[in-house]
Design a protein around this ligand. Structure first.
Ligand SMILES: CC(C)(COP(=O)(O)OP(=O)(O)OC[C@H]1O[C@@H](n2cnc3c(N)ncnc32)[C@H](O)[C@@H]1OP(=O)(O)O)[C@@H](O)C(=O)NCCC(=O)NCCS
Length: 158
C-alpha cells in the first residue's frame, strides 16, 4: 500500500470510490464523501482551489483505495479547515485511514486547526476519529437524509 499525492488518473477512481460508498447506507449520499460522483466534483476534491493537502492510498495494482483531503473555506469571514476521509470497504480496519491522516498532517502548514464533522449515524467514524488524533470540540444538530442528527465536530491541530 502506497500513500502519495494524487494524479489526474485518480479522478475517475475517486468517483468510483465515492459511488460505492454512496450505495453503502441511506445517509452516505447525503454527505460530501458520498457526493464526489461527477468529474468536476472529484477533480475539485483532488486539485481544486480549496485544497490545502490531499493524500491517496493506492494498492499494488495502482487503484485508489483511500483518500484524505484537508480543505479551507471562509465561514463568517474566518478561514476554517475541514478534513474528509474515505477508505474502500474491503481495505478498512487495516490502518489505511490512520496512515492517510498522519501523512496529510505532515504536509499541512503548522498551527492550523482542522475540523472533522461526524454524524451520530456514522458509528465507524465516531470510533475511529478520536483514534486518529482528533478531540471532540462541540456538537450541533442538523437534518440529514430527512432525519434529525447530532453532528460531532472533532478538531486536530497541525
Ligand atoms: C472511518 C474510516 C475512514 C476509518 O478508516 P480505517 O482505514 O478503517 O481506519 P484504521 O484501520 O486506520 O483505524 C484507525 C483506528 O480506528 C479504529 N476503528 C476503525 N474503524 C472502526 C470501527 N468500525 N469500529 C471501532 N473502531 C474502529 C481502529 O481500530 C483503529 O484504532 P487503533 O489505532 O486503536 O488500532 C473508514 O471506516 C471509512 O472510510 N468509513 C466510511 C467513510 C467515513 O465514514 N468517513 C468519515 C466521514 S466523517
Amino acid at each position: 500500500m502506497k500513500i502519495c499525492y494524487p494524479e489526474p488518473k485518480n479522478i475517475p477512481q475517486l468517483m468510483e470510490l465515492s459511488k460505492s460508498f454512496a450505495d453503502e447506507t441511506f445517509w452516505a449520499s447525503h454527505i460530501p464523501i458520498g457526493q464526489m460522483v461527477d468529474t468536476e466534483t472529484a477533480r475539485d476534491r483532488l486539485f481544486g482551489s480549496e485544497v490545502v493537502n490531499v493524500q491517496i492510498a493506492e494498492n499494488e495494482k495502482g487503484q485508489l483505495v483511500g483518500y484524505v483531503g484537508v480543505y479551507s473555506e471562509i465561514v463568517d469571514g474566518e478561514m476554517v479547515y475541514f478534513a474528509s476521509l474515505l477508505v474502500a470497504v474491503e481495505y478498512r480496519h487495516k490502518g489505511v485511514g490512520k496512515r492517510l491522516v498522519e501523512q496529510v498532517f505532515q504536509n499541512l502548514p503548522a498551527g492550523i486547526k482542522v475540523e472533522a464533522w461526524v454524524g451520530d449515524f456514522n458509528r465507524a467514524s465516531l470510533e475511529a476519529t478520536p483514534k486518529m488524533g482528533f478531540t471532540l470540540a462541540r456538537t450541533m444538530n442538523l437534518e440529514i437524509a430527512g432525519k434529525e442528527a447530532t453532528i460531532y465536530i472533532f478538531e486536530r491541530k497541525s
